[in-house]
Each structure stands twice: as C-alpha cells, then as structure tokens.
Design a protein around this ligand. Structure first.
Ligand code: FRU
Length: 312
C-alpha cells in the first residue's frame, strides 16, 4: 500500500548569517546551501528513510510498503530542474504522478535567511507555476487511490485540497486523510481540518488564532475538527502536544534539544514524517506518548544537522 503526499516542491537557497539583517543593511553570509525543499518533499525524504530502515530491521515480517507517491506541481518533465528534483529523492519516493507544467523550466523557489543569533529561518517564496487544479488532483486520485492507504495534504490551495479530501472520503472511505495547517491567515484551512482524520497545526497558525499554547490549540480545535481522531500542534523548543480524541487524551511531548542547533528548516516537516510513521506503522504498538517522543526525537536530530540525510 502507498502513502500519497500532496504539496509544493521548492528549491531552497539558504544563506546562514550571524544575525537577521535590518532593512537596507549589508551583511556577509557565512555559508550558502542550495537544496530541494518543500514541506511534503522534506517529510517524504525523511519518511522514506525510516520506512526503509524499518523494513530492513524487521526483515520479511514487515509487509511490503510501496514507494511514497509525491504529488507536486513541477516544471516540464524534461526540464533540468525537474530532473534534478527527481534525482534528489532515493528509490523510496516516486514522482510519477506529479503535475508537470510543460512550457515552464523554473521550479518554485525559496530564499531563506538562517540567523545564527536566534536560530530563526525567514523564508521568502517565489512561484510562477500554476497551482494544482481539481482536474489535476482528480487524475492523481484515479491513478493512486486504488493502492493507497493514506493521503497527506499540505494545507495550501484549500478549495482543491478540500475537493480531493471529500472525493477520497466518498469513493475510498478506507483511506486515511491527514492535513497540515501551517500558514497563518490562509483562508479555508479550518475547513480542511474538518475533513481529516489527523491534523498537524503549526505554532504560527495557532498563535495567529490567539491560542497561547499547543494544548489550547488541540483542545479547542477538537470542537470543530469533527472527523479527526488525532490533532497535533508543534511549539518549537516547547515540543508538541497531541490530542487523541477517541480516548479524550491530551499529551505533551518534550522537544529533543540538540547540543547545537544547526538547521531548523524543515523541523516541522520532520515531526510530521515521524508521526506519520508512528500512526501508519506503530498505531497499535505505541501509546500516544511514545509516538510523540519518536517524532520529537527525529525533529531534534534533524535540527542538529544540515538537511535531511541520514535520519533513518
Ligand atoms: C521548510 C520548507 C522549505 C520550503 C518552504 C516552503 O518547511 O518546506 O523547504 O522552501 O518551507 O514554504
């Protein structure tokens, strides 16, 4: 069975600076990294490693797990950018059902200032590729839902994500649905939360809603996320909180603090990878506290290193 992840793919250009510059300042960066990013792609890269490791450590007892299917909008299939993006993943992630925009050669880009003074990462995006439309996601559903156990959505383009979630719910009711609610102020996100079995809220979205803690966010959101079984909210250095709605259990998981914070870009994406693994592969064996611990540890390991390699 497959996990399908639907979300945008970026090329990240990351400048590490001693502190965050003021407007109109001039500042010398200490390093420049360029890598493939995007919330779902980052999560997929991490999750593919954990699934491969899980398969090899449990030997043939683990049922075969198909590659993760990433559904992103990319430039023309033959473009250098798309070929490099495909090559940036190992065998565990398939991009066969991405939406390739012929006539375009440039991928979506993020320019990121990573400040060493307070470990912040300030992201400015540029994207000239048209967002996914209902007909694009319909094609991906038709191709993939027959062998999918789970669809995860980055909460962008809410009308299309909502259409996809409702379609899957109606036609393939056994498939689990999860969604990430990250961007403050984006309209339509609460409706998406209302369609999912599992919802991941970000600290910035929760704060924008005037929640003062992750706990308050998952407690209050349980009143409207009517189909959800689990709600999660990450809170940076304060870890994450999970609400197991079926058991009326709200649990706080400590963040795993590395000795040195190296790279916080994608820490939330890594938490999601860890939690999706826990929910898909350890749902029965691990209690909620252990699931949170696993995802927090993984995010902590990520923060201690540059990029996402070697996390499996
Ligand atoms: C990190 C990230 C980056 C990307 C940006 C998109 O979470 O996915 O890799 O450029 O966010 O918003």
């Amino acid at each position: 069975m497959a996990l399908v992840m639907v979300g945008a793919c970026y090329i990240d250009t990351i400048l590490t600076t001693p502190y965050y510059p003021g407007e109109d300042d001039k500042l010398r960066a200490s390093s420049l990294h360029k890598r493939r990013g995007g919330n779902c792609p980052n999560s997929a890269e991490v999750l593919a490693q954990i699934l491969a490791e899980d398969k090899s450590s449990t030997g043939c007892k683990t049922p075969a797990w198909d590659p993760i299917e990433l559904v992103s909008v990319l430039p023309a299939r033959s473009s250098t950018a798309s070929r490099e993006i495909i090559a940036s993943f190992g065998q565990g992630v398939s991009l066969d059902h991405c939406v390739y925009r012929e006539g375009h050669s440039e991928p979506a880009s993020s320019y990121i200032i990573k400040s060493q003074a307070n470990s912040s990462r300030t992201i400015v995006n540029y994207n000239e590729l048209e967002e996914m439309e209902c007909q694009d996601i319909r094609l991906a559903i038709d191709a993939l839902a027959g062998r999918a156990a789970w669809f995860h959505f980055e909460g962008r383009n809410p009308p299309v994500a909502c259409f996809a979630m409702q379609t899957i719910r109606k036609e393939y009711p056994h498939i689990k649905l999860s969604v990430e609610i990250e961007k403050p102020g984006r309209e339509g996100l609460p409706q998406l939360a209302g369609e999912a079995d599992v919802v991941f809220f970000s600290k910035s979205w929760a704060q924008d809603q005037k929640y003062v803690s992750a706990e308050e966010c998952v407690r209050e959101q349980a009143k409207t996320a009517s189909k959800a079984r689990y709600l999660f909210c990450t809170w940076g250095q304060d870890g994450a909180v999970g609400n197991d709605i079926a058991r009326s259990q709200i649990i706080h998981g400590q963040a795993f603090q590395p000795e040195k914070v190296v790279d916080t870009i994608g820490a939330g994406d890594t938490f999601i990878a860890g939690m999706l693994f826990a929910l898909m592969r350890r749902e029965e064996q691990w209690i909620l506290a252990r699931k949170l611990d696993f995802a927090n540890r993984l995010a902590g390991l990520k923060v201690a290193q540059e990029g996402f390699a070697g996390l499996g």
